[in-house]
Structure formats: C-alpha cells, structure tokens
Design a protein around this ligand. Structure first.
Ligand SMILES: C[S@@+](CC[C@H](N)C(=O)[O-])C[C@H]1O[C@@H](n2cnc3c(N)ncnc32)[C@H](O)[C@@H]1O
Ligand code: SF4
Length: 415
C-alpha cells in the first residue's frame, strides 16, 4: 500500500465535528505519600481545605467554560491523589456544581478514586447518592506483607471490606492492582490475583510497579523481581484474567463485557478533555486547532494563581508535526485499535500524515495490514515502544521521554 502525502499546505487541522468531551477533576491530597508514587499528590497535614478547594474548582471551571461552550460532557473522573479523603458533602457540592455549569449526557459515567484507608460504608453510600456511579479502588495488593512494603495506609482486611462495600453500593467498580512487587514470585502474584478475582470486580487495572524518579523507591530501590520473573508474572496474570472472562482491552486495563472505562476510552480514542484542579491536563479541539493545557501543580500555587485569574501554567497549540504521534500514543494502547477514519475525525488531518510510518509498521509486523483499522498486532503490543517510535516526528529523531504536556498523570490514567 502506497500513500501519497498531499499535506504540505495543510498547516492547520480542519474539523467537521468536534470530538466527545470529558471532564477530569484533580484532588491533590493523600493521607500519606506512598514511596513508589510520583503522581501530583501531597500528604495532607491536618484537615484538607476542601471548602476552599471546591470553590476554586468551580472558579476554574467557570473560567474554562468559554472554551467548551455548547458541548456536552460524556464522562467525569474525579482522581488524585485521594478524592475519597474529601467528605461526601464536598463531593456532592462538586458534582452539583459541575452539573449546574456543564451539561452532562444522560447516564454519564462519574468515577471517583478511593483509597481503602479512607473507607467508611456510609461515606461510600453518600458518594453514590451524590452522583458517583463508578468507584475506582486503589487496592494494589491483598497481601498484608506487600501492603506494608508499599507503605499503604490500609491493610488487607480494610481492602476486603472496602471492596465488598464498593461492589454492593456502586456495582461498577475498578480495582487498581500492581504486580512485579518487591520479592514477588509467580505463585505470590497468582495468589494475589485470586484474592482479587474472588470479588469478581467488573474492571481491573493491572500496573507493573515502576521506579519513578523523585520517589523514595527510586532513591532506595526495593528488591524487585528480575526481568524474567516479571515477564512470567505478566504472562500468568494475562492467562488467568482471560480465563476469568476479562478482555485485556488496553495496555493495563481488563474489563468484563460492557464494563470498559468510558472516561479512559475517550482519552485513548483521542477525545477531548477539560482538566480542572492542581496540575490537571486538558486537550481541547477548536475548528482550526488543538490545544493542550496544564494547570499549576502545587496546590497552594494553584489556589493563589486561580485567585489571580491565572489557572494555566502552560498552554500550547499542538503542531502538525506532533499530532500523528500523539494520536498513535493513545490509540495504539487499545488492543482493538481504532477505525482508521477516527484519525481524520480526531486530528483534523488526513491519514496520509502518518502514511509512511503506517507502511513501515505494517512491514515490520507491528501493525495489522487491515487498512480500515489502526490496530497493533500481538508483536506491536509487546514492543509498543518500537511501534510508537515509528510515528515520532522526523525532525527530532527518536524521543525516549514524552513532553510534560503529553504525560497522562493528571488525567486519571496511569502509564
Ligand atoms: C493516582 S492513584 C489513585 C488511587 C489512590 N490514590 C490509591 O492509591 O489508593 C492511581 C494508581 O496508580 C498506580 N500507581 C501509582 N504509582 C505507580 C507506580 N510507580 N507504578 C505502577 N503503578 C503505580 C496505583 O495502582 C494507583 O492506585
Ligand atoms: S498511590 Fe494513591 S494514595 Fe499513594 S501517594 Fe499516590 S495517589 Fe496517594
């Protein structure tokens, strides 16, 4: 397949319709900072200023409204940090405030991230009454020894009680779990997974523990399993989850039929998202451009800048050179990929923009040969970095790190 590149004079994208719009809300506090975590989360010393913060979020949202006039919001994700640290009254005010300012589509998914260490049955019930219809529980592991090593504020008993209550109250629940934990064996990982599967959660996010710069684990690394053991754990996890009826629909996400996370799917399908709160990221399309924004990261700084009417730390217009890579960085995380037509719909450019890279990826067996889809092969999923590198803008050559504006941290998605 040979694709001609009639794009040299296309400096700007052209949209016939704008993508679906989601809303991300960042709550930047936790009971305690976990030693492996590089999210924009800060230990809450004393009471969290939830009243002032919800006021700020409303102000932030109002200042952003002109950029999304007339658009409906398809999903809301309240992430962190630990949003469940906030009282149910604060979450109620937040959701009511969002609804009063932005139209939500009927039945829009509203997810809240919760830490089992902040679990109270009545609080979960009140979150549900406030409009949260999906709970994402940061369980990490059901192994009490691992939870201690991971510096978690909860034990396995609390994790079990939170899981049980979440499933009873919300039904639509995700467990965040990690593997490749200190000294973990394949048998240990299988036992941990079995403990999670005993609850039959509709959705599981399974993250390989990574040593992130600026964390305690990076400075003082725990004894992690070697590469072969980590690969064996991953293989065993995949097989067990497939056998239990979970589709491995994205790099780290597994879902029972019909239970994929709508909010995250919108990121991966290169939809738009507004992000409010400290350090939140946004990607917004207009008739002739796509814009990325980052809000001030430190909670204090965010509150002060917002009071001055300056919530944005950075805003850039995505260039034609970067757009192909940015689209692929998201879409190729999906096992089924996306329809090729989505590239035009979501980037505003012809598919020819990535024609050469597609040809090369197909030739190397990393992308399926079906021209109607942009879909990674098994090999492409295993060697995702090699596949993505082909879509990097030529002017810069291979890029090993992703610009802060591309990082997914403050959008509720983990690598
Ligand atoms: C922002 S946290 C939200 C959950 C909540 N704060 C909690 O931990 O209970 C999202 C998830 O990212 C994952 N995560 C954080 N740091 C990680 C790391 N270094 N490697 C792999 N996964 C990580 C954890 O599974 C965590 O639950
Ligand atoms: S993993 Fe969750 S609870 Fe721990 S510091 Fe990060 S955001 Fe906070």
């Amino acid at each position: 397949m040979s694709i001609v590149l009639p794009i040299d004079n296309l400096a700007k994208p052209h949209f016939t319709a704008l993508p679906p719009l989601a809303l991300y809300v960042h709550i930047p506090w936790c009971v305690r900072k976990c030693p492996y975590c590089d999210f924009n989360s800060h230990e809450a010393r004393g009471d969290v200023p939830e009243e002032a913060y919800v006021d700020a979020l409303m102000k932030d949202l109002e200042s952003a409204l002109p950029s999304v006039w007339g658009r409906k919001v398809v999903s809301v994700f309240i992430g962190g940090g630990t949003p469940s640290l906030f009282s149910a009254a604060a979450i109620d005010r937040l959701i009511a405030g969002i609804r009063a300012r932005l139209p939500l589509t009927p039945g829009a998914e509203i997810t809240l991230e919760a830490n089992p260490g902040t679990f109270e049955r009545q609080k979960f019930a009140d979150f549900f009454a406030a409009g949260v219809n999906r709970l994402s529980l940061g369980i990490q592991s059901f192994d009490p020894a691992q939870l201690r090593v991971l510096g978690r504020v909860h034990d396995d008993d609390e994790a079990r009680r939170a899981a049980e209550a979440a499933l009873m109250i919300f039904g639509n629940v995700n467990f965040d779990l990690m593997y490749g934990l200190p000294k973990q064996t394949v048998e240990g990982a299988q036992a941990d997974l079995a403990a999670a599967l005993a609850f039959a959660p509709p959705h599981l996010s399974f993250y390989h523990l990574t040593l992130e710069p600026n964390t305690l684990f990076h400075r003082n690394p725990p004894p992690l399993p070697d590469e072969d053991t980590a690969a064996d754990i991953e293989g065993a996890v995949h097989a067990t989850l497939a056998h239990a009826g979970y589709a491995h629909y994205e790099t780290s996400a597994y879902a029972k039929p019909g239970r994929a996370c709508q909010h995250n799917l919108n990121y991966w399908q290169f939809g738009d998202y507004l992000g409010i709160g400290a350090g939140a990221h946004a990607k917004l399309s207009f008739a002739d451009r796509i814009v990325r924004q980052v809000r001030w990261k430190q909670p204090k700084q965010y509150l002060a800048k917002l009071a001055d009417g300056q919530p944005l730390q950075e805003e850039i217009v995505v260039s034609r050179d970067d757009i192909g890579f940015e689209f692929m960085l998201n879409a190729l995380r999906l096992a089924d990929g996306v329809a090729s037509s989505l590239f035009v719909e979501r980037t505003g450019y012809p598919l020819a923009l990535v024609g050469r890279a597609m040809e090369e990826a197909t030739r190397r067996g990393l992308l399926t040969a079906d021209p109607a889809r942009l879909q990674p092969t098994e090999l492409g999923r295993r060697f995702q970095n090699d596949l993505l590198e082909l879509f990097l803008p030529e002017r810069r050559g291979p890029r090993t790190t992703v610009s802060p504006l591309l990082q997914v941290e403050a959008t509720g998605v983990t690598r």
